[in-house]
Design a protein around this ligand. Structure first.
Ligand code: G6P
Length: 614
């Protein structure tokens, strides 16, 4: 949800800022802008509607000098996407420029007060209020930019990661955060800031994750300074980045999404490395082992998540209930936080989030912790807010996911939830050593089965041509395949803009069956599991109403192949592991349908990868 970048050093800031914006474009891409201050004290601000490439065209003949600057790629919240609402915003006197990721909740009150004091506003954004407030405080109190930022932030309610520069000080950026991510990179005679580490990693591996309510003074010649809103210096904890540049590039694929789909054999290998040991006889998840008492005594597990992570969590429910016999509830974090949840210290709350930054998920875990629950995080981004605000947890280790539609993170989350469930089952003794070994030994082969499934690519590409222009799709599954159906439908919606519904197959007769006709394809996820015979009936019910059926079945399937219009055969695995395999063809199907329609799969309209606002 909006990406911010900043640079102060010896090089030309513009090139570094624009490259950084490209890396952060997955966070939002309706408009973009840069502001640079040069050594002659000139502050140039350029911003424009559209993607970062538009900004580059716009700036081609402009003065781009300056070794200090800030930049922004936007996902609109307050005010429509437009040149004027794009960041950076600047003060009325043109002295200060600011970029912001987050939402200023009390902007209306502050804006009205500033207008009464004679301020005029250019944009409809909440962000402009912040920069005008900073200017107002600086002028009226005759104080430094740092003091004015601190005072302004004391008056602000909401979430922010900000970076501010001023015309008369080309050596310094002031940055701050509350509930929105901010990372600072420390180089030799130069420093960087960004919403995540991806714009920084090619310059330095030394980073500092700014904490809530901290202000940073980032200078060319001085060491980094961090302080709280009471002006007390806080500790600087330098961490080493583990990501590499090649992980951030397309590596010969036309889109990040396709690259990430094809990376899954490797990402799943990374995900289980060191965790499935002794030929699959033992599962080592240190986060679970460290939380032994909590899981042994848990009366209930609540999983909170959003979007695709919520679908992975639903699979987690089936896994944990099957394997550990602990009741599990799965909640949308955005609903959970406002539903007066009844939680106590015998509850374990698991937060599942690729980015580790989703605002609703963070708020949900905060609430759970305050109510005394033990909170366990499952995230991808190392050092992100969720792992830092949970009692324990596990990383999925699938590397940076850039495509907005989540693919490898989904299978990584399902894999980690499987490992967590097995580890708890081992602790509780709800599965025998033989049962664990049976699943564990197959887990080791899952990356190979996924590689096998990816060989269906050409078949699915051909199939996609038949259905590209359908207006609606229904996705059906039962048991473990029900969340897979929902995730398949979400993938299609997100990137092709075709309406699709994921439904429990047996519920079809209570409503969606009314929609079925020759125009509406139904995708049925029907691996050979204990509900197979039931789902054969569902296929019959669709066919009896002249619907066409694309069925995902297990290799060697006999019955459904005679009824469905198209079958996609995937390798046989134990029932609890089918979601990782059956979701692969659905990712490819949505990808090719979107490509056939000429859509931008990596940057679908209106979406953002990391949702750091409510
Ligand atoms: C956005 C992304 C989805 C993601 C969801 C939750 O909507 O586009 O891909 O599933 O946020 O994000 P999280 O980072 O918490 O998994």
């Amino acid at each position: 949800m909006c990406g911010i970048v900043g640079y102060v050093g010896k090089s030309n800031a513009y090139d570094i800022l624009v490259k950084g914006l490209h890396r952060l474009e997955y966070r939002g891409y309706d408009s973009a802008g840069v502001a640079m201050v040069n050594d002659s004290g000139k502050l140039n601000v350029y911003k424009t509607l559209g993607k970062v490439s538009n900004l580059e065209n716009f700036c081609s003949d402009k003065d781009k000098s300056g070794c200090t600057g800030i930049a922004h790629t936007r996902w609109a919240t307050h005010g429509e996407p437009s040149d004027c609402n794009a960041h950076p915003h600047f003060s009325e006197d043109g002295e200060i420029a600011l970029v912001h990721n987050g939402t200023i909740e009390n902007y209306k009150v502050l804006k009205d007060a500033l207008i009464q004091n004679g301020c005029t506003f250019q944009s409809e954004t909440d962000t402009e209020v912040l920069v005008q407030l900073i200017e107002y405080i600086r002028t009226h109190n005759d104080c430094s930019l740092l003091d004015a930022v601190r005072e302004a932030l004391r008056q602000v309610v909401g979430a922010y990661a900000i970076a501010v520069i001023e015309k008369n000080n080309p050596d310094t950026i002031i940055a701050a955060r509350k509930s929105s991510p901010l990372v600072i990179g420390i180089g030799e005679g130069e420093m960087f800031l960004a919403s995540d580490a991806t714009p920084i990693v090619e310059y330095t591996k030394n980073v500092v994750y700014v904490k809530d309510n901290e202000i940073a003074v980032i200078s060319r010649n001085e060491p980094l300074k961090l302080m709280n809103l009471d002006n007390e210096e806080t500790k600087i904890d330098v961490k080493t980045l583990e990501i590499s540049i090649s992980q951030l590039e397309k590596g010969g694929y036309p889109h990040f999404m396709l690259k990430e789909i094809f990376e899954q054999p490797n990402t799943l290998r990374d995900c289980i490395r060191g965790r499935v040991v002794e030929n699959g006889n033992r599962i080592i998840i240190s986060g679970v082992q460290d939380s032994k008492e909590k899981f042994l005594n848990a009366k209930r597990i609540i999983i909170v998540a959003c979007g695709t992570s919520w679908h992975a969590s639903l699979i987690g429910k089936y896994l944990i209930q099957d394997m550990c016999r602990i009741p599990v509830e799965v909640e949308y974090a955005s609903e959970f936080r406002y539903s007066s949840p009844v939680i106590d210290d015998r509850d374990v709350v698991i937060a599942v989030s690729q980015s580790g930054e989703t605002a609703d998920t963070l708020a949900a875990i905060q609430m759970a912790r305050e109510a005394g629950a033990y909170v366990y995080g499952i995230s991808n981004v190392v050092g992100s807010s969720i792992p830092r605000n949970t009692d324990s947890g596990t990383y999925i280790h699938v590397g940076p996911e850039i495509g907005v539609a989540s693919t490898k993170a989904f299978t990584g989350q399902v894999m980690v939830l499987t490992l967590v469930a097995l580890a708890i089952a081992e602790l509780k003794g709800t599965m025998t050593a033989e049962q664990i070994a049976e699943i564990g030994s197959t887990l080791k082969k899952i990356p190979d089965y996924v590689a096998e499934t990816l060989k269906l690519n050409d078949q699915i590409e051909r199939l996609s041509l038949i259905y590209t222009y359908a207006h609606n799709f229904l996705y059906l599954g039962r048991g473990y395949s029900y969340p897979v159906a929902m995730e398949g439908a979400l993938k299609l919606k997100e990137i092709s803009y075709i309406h699709a519904e994921g439904y429990p197959a047996a519920e079809m007769k209570h409503g969606p069956i009314a929609l079925i006709d020759a125009e509406m394809p139904t995708v049925i996820i029907a691996p050979n599991d204990h509900l197979y015979e039931k789902i054969v009936n569902n296929v019959q019910q669709v066919k009896a109403r002249h619907g066409s059926v694309i069925a995902i079945v297990t290799e060697g399937d006999k019955e459904i192949r005679n009824i469905a219009d198209h079958v996609i055969e995937v390798p046989a695995v134990p029932e609890c592991l089918t979601p990782i395999i059956t979701s692969i063809p659905l990712q490819l199907l949505s990808y090719y349908i979107a490509i056939n329609k000429g859509k931008n799969v990596d940057m679908p309209r209106n979406l953002a990868k990391s949702v750091t606002v409510e």
